[in-house]
Design a protein around this ligand. Structure first.
Ligand code: BTN
Length: 325
C-alpha cells in the first residue's frame, strides 16, 4: 500500500475525484490510477467508481498523522516517546519493532500502521487488519532485570487500554483475563506482548495493540470470535483515530515505563472492577484438560482465580483459554 498512500490521501475526503484529476495530481496516467484503485480495493477499502464522476471512498477516512497523535498526548506521555513512525503497510507492527529493536532502536519507540499484511494475534491466531479504519500500534520498551519482573504486565496493559478508552468517552468497557478488551461480551481490542532477551537479564518488550475502530465487512468475515468495533459501540460517532492512538500511548507509556518498580499491585483492584467474567461459570482449557468453575478475578500475582469444588485454583497466563458456559 506504500505506493498508493498519495492516492488514499486524496480520496480520504470521501468526495468524488475524476481519474483525470487524480492522474494529474499524482503525476501518473489514468491507467496507473486505475491500477492503484484496484490495489486499494484488494486491501479491503471500499472504493466506488461512477462513470463521469470518478472515484470516491465509501466514506471519509482519517489517515494517521504523527503530529495529530502527539497533539492528543500530555507532556508526561510525550517525554517517554523516543520515536513515532506511521507506516502505510507492514507485515506486523510487532514484527517490525522486533526487527528495529535488534538494530538497536531505543526504548519508547512506537509504530502505527494503516494496515498489516500478517497481523499477529495471541496463540498463533491471525489479527484482521484492513486499512484505514482500525488501530494497529506497537511500543518497544526494555527491561533490565529479566522476564520475571514483567509478570502481570499484560494485565496492567489491559487496565491502561481501558483507562485510555474511558478518556476517549467509550462507555461500558470490560476485561477478559488476561487482557482482552470487551464490550457487551464482544472483543473490541486485543494485546499481544512479545519479549525477547535473557530470562534473568536485559530484554526487549514489544507491546502490540489492535483496536477495532471501524472494521470492514470483508475483513470481519475471517474473525473467529464475537467482535465489535467503536463505530458500533458509539452509534456511528467514532472518536478521531489519531486522538485515540495518542490517548492509548499517553496512558500506556507510563504504565510500561514504571511497571518494573510498581509491579501489578496498583492495577489489581481496577482489573477486578473491570472483570467481565467475575462470578460467572467458565471453562478453562489447559494443556491437561478442561476445568469448569466460577471466575473470581485475579490474584495479586496476576493469576486467574477459579473456584472449583469449593477450592480456589490459580491459572498463570500462557496456554490456557477461557470461555463462558
Ligand atoms: C489478540 O489475539 O487478542 C492480540 C491481538 C494483537 C493485535 C495487535 S495489532 C498491532 C500488533 N501487531 C500485531 O501483529 N499484533 C498486534
Amino acid at each position: 500500500m506504500a505506493e498508493t498512500r498519495a492516492l488514499l490521501t486524496i480520496l480520504a475526503d470521501g468526495r468524488f475525484h475524476s481519474g483525470e484529476a487524480l492522474g494529474e495530481r499524482l503525476g501518473v496516467t489514468r491507467a496507473a490510477v486505475w491500477k492503484q484503485v484496484r490495489s486499494l480495493r484488494a486491501s479491503g477499502l471500499d472504493i466506488h467508481a461512477v462513470r463521469g464522476r470518478g472515484y470516491r471512498l465509501g466514506g471519509p477516512v482519517e489517515l494517521f498523522d504523527a503530529a495529530l497523535v502527539l497533539e492528543a498526548m500530555t507532556s508526561a506521555g510525550r517525554r517517554l516517546l523516543t520515536g513515532l513512525e506511521v507506516l502505510s503497510s507492514v507485515d506486523s507492527t510487532n514484527a517490525y519493532l522486533i526487527r528495529e529493536a535488534a538494530r538497536g532502536a531505543a526504548a519508547g519507540r512506537v509504530c502505527l500502521a494503516e494496515t498489516q499484511q500478517a497481523g499477529r494475534g495471541r496463540r498463533g491466531r491471525h489479527w484482521a487488519s484492513p486499512p484505514g479504519g482500525n488501530i494497529y500500534l506497537s511500543v518497544l520498551t526494555r527491561c533490565e532485570s529479566g522476564v520475571t519482573a514483567l509478570s502481570g504486565l499484560s494485565l496492567a496493559v489491559g487496565v491502561g487500554i481501558a483507562r485510555a478508552l474511558s478518556r476517549a468517552g467509550v462507555p461500558d468497557i470490560g476485561l477478559k483475563w488476561p487482557n482482552d478488551v470487551l464490550w457487551q461480551g464482544r472483543k473490541l481490542a486485543g494485546v499481544l506482548m512479545e519479549v525477547s532477551g535473557e530470562s534473568a537479564g536485559p530484554c526487549d518488550v514489544i507491546t502490540g495493540i489492535g483496536l477495532n475502530v471501524r472494521m470492514t465487512r470483508e475483513a470481519a468475515s475471517e474473525i473467529e470470535q464475537p467482535w465489535v468495533d467503536l463505530h458500533t459501540v458509539m452509534d456511528g460517532v467514532v472518536p478521531s483515530r489519531n486522538r485515540l492512538a495518542g490517548l492509548l500511548l499517553d496512558t500506556l507509556l507510563p504504565v510500561l515505563d514504571s511497571f518494573v518498580d510498581t509491579g501489578l499491585a496498583p492495577y489489581v483492584d481496577e482489573w477486578n472492577r473491570l472483570d467481565m467474567y467475575a462470578g460467572r461459570q467458565v471453562l478453562v482449557t489447559t494443556p491437561g484438560g478442561v476445568i469448569g468453575g466460577e471466575c473470581r478475578g485475579v490474584a495479586p500475582n496476576g493469576a486467574l482465580l477459579v473456584m472449583t469444588d469449593g477450592k480456589y485454583r490459580q491459572f498463570a497466563a500462557g496456554e490456557i483459554s477461557l470461555r463462558p458456559i
